[in-house]
Design a protein around this ligand. Structure first.
Ligand SMILES: [Zn+2]
Length: 123
């Protein structure tokens, strides 16, 4: 093999260049490094794609019976995901559906409670 630094011919067994002392072992470990680099870059790319806080908040709100707050948050979240390439669009869509269901549920419960209250009113 040849030295990557000075181009001198080196024995395949030796770890350093006889002329300039450049470690030859680096050449064999370099491909391993470059192979592991895409993984690191991928992880960094995933870190960049952060979850949209609106989506998460919009998804949680219906569980706290705040569908009226969750619905706009989820809608903002979905747009936030599209515009800023953030993650959590699924949460946003689920948040919209759950929020609507929650609002309907609250309205139905309110109507039922209203009629129950009317029915229980002493005549
Ligand atoms: Zn050399």
């Amino acid at each position: 093999m040849y030295c990557s630094n000075c181009g001198a011919q080196i024995d395949d067994q030796s770890r350093f260049c006889d002329l300039c002392g450049t470690p030859v072992g680096d050449q064999t470990s370099a491909p391993v490094d470059s192979a592991s680099q895409p993984e690191v870059q991928l992880e960094a790319g995933q870190e960049k794609q952060r979850y949209s806080g609106f989506c998460i908040a919009g998804f949680i709100m219906p569980f706290l019976f705040f569908g009226a707050i969750g619905l706009p948050l989820s809608i903002i979240g979905v747009f936030d995901c599209k515009k800023n390439n953030k993650r959590g669009k699924g949460f946003g869509i689920a948040g919209i559906i759950l929020s609507i269901l929650n609002i309907v549920e609250v309205i139905v419960t309110a109507i039922l409670l209203y009629f129950f209250a009317l029915g229980m009113r002493p005549h």
